[in-house]
Design a protein around this ligand. Structure first.
Ligand code: F3S
Length: 254
């Protein structure tokens, strides 16, 4: 097994402020950035705060920014970097820092609570739900989400504009609205809840200008923009400009 010494700059600090600290750490073949952070804790910075859990790309805990790009620390191989470069590791920029690499991601849970839950079909009990696979194929893709919040962190609508957080749910939760809207058994419409309309009116779909940055950083490869956000937008446009859809929605609302 070969090893080499790599240079790192790691952000240290808390909500009052902080900055980058220089470290030189040994790297072994096959390691990921989270291995380096753990070696740093074990050898030079025992109080370095980092959130992690599964180390397998499934819990979504170890999200941070490596050389300014939002990534999972456990899924970022050291071999993708030039051995001579200095690698920076910083906390997610869109959320408030608690300490070092740990941020307060509570914004996302607030937005999750704002999306009305699945409405069970009337007349069916648990265990009686039946769906065709072809009907669940589309929303099933969105169930791969591990809630790492890399998409929420990278979307410029909130990354650079704290003031937009109140009105904009972010790609993860607009995708949740799309998932429920496409769910073959969701009975929200029968209760008068138009999920497509709420995406526009309550969750800030109009703020999304389809930059696709959310899709680019998704570690699960979910096509958030193409498969969730654009279909929601198309429905919003239909509702507004297609006279038949418009008329139908007026009649249904009576
Ligand atoms: Fe943001 Fe994704 Fe739209 S990055 S602007 S939600 S396509």
């Amino acid at each position: 097994m070969s090893s080499y010494e790599a240079r790192f700059q790691v952000w240290r600090g808390d909500e009052r402020g902080g900055g980058l600290e220089d470290f030189t750490v040994e790297v072994h073949d096959g390691e990921v950035v989270l291995d380096i952070v753990h070696r740093l804790q074990a050898t030079q910075a025992p109080d370095l705060a980092v959130r992690w859990n599964c180390k397998a790309g499934k819990c979504g805990s170890c999200s941070a920014e490596v050389n300014g790009r939002p990534r999972l620390l456990c899924m970022t191989r050291m071999s993708v970097f030039d051995r001579a470069e200095t690698i920076t590791i910083t906390p997610l920029r869109a959320f408030p820092v608690i300490r070092d690499l740990v941020t307060d991601v509570g914004f996302n849970y607030e937005k999750a609570r704002e999306v009305p839950a699945f409405v069970p079909p009337p007349g069916l009990g648990p265990g009686e739900y039946r769906m065709f696979q072809e009907d669940v194929d589309r929303p099933q893709e969105f169930r791969k989400c591990i809630e790492c919040f890399l998409c929420q962190n990278t979307c410029h609508v909130v990354r650079d504009h704290e003031e937009n957080k109140r009105a904009f749910a972010g790609p993860r939760y607009l995708m949740r609205v799309a998932e429920l809207d496409m769910h073959p058994l969701d009975a929200a419409a029968e209760t008068g809840l138009d999920r497509g309309r709420t995406a526009q009116d309550d969750h800030g779909l109009g703020y999304c200008n389809i930059t696709k940055c959310c899709t680019e950083v998704c570690p699960e490869g979910i096509k958030i923009t193409d498969n969730a956000l654009i279909p929601l937008k198309e429905r919003a446009v239909d509702r507004k400009y297609d006279p038949l859809v418009w008329l139908g929605s007026k009649i249904r609302r009576r």
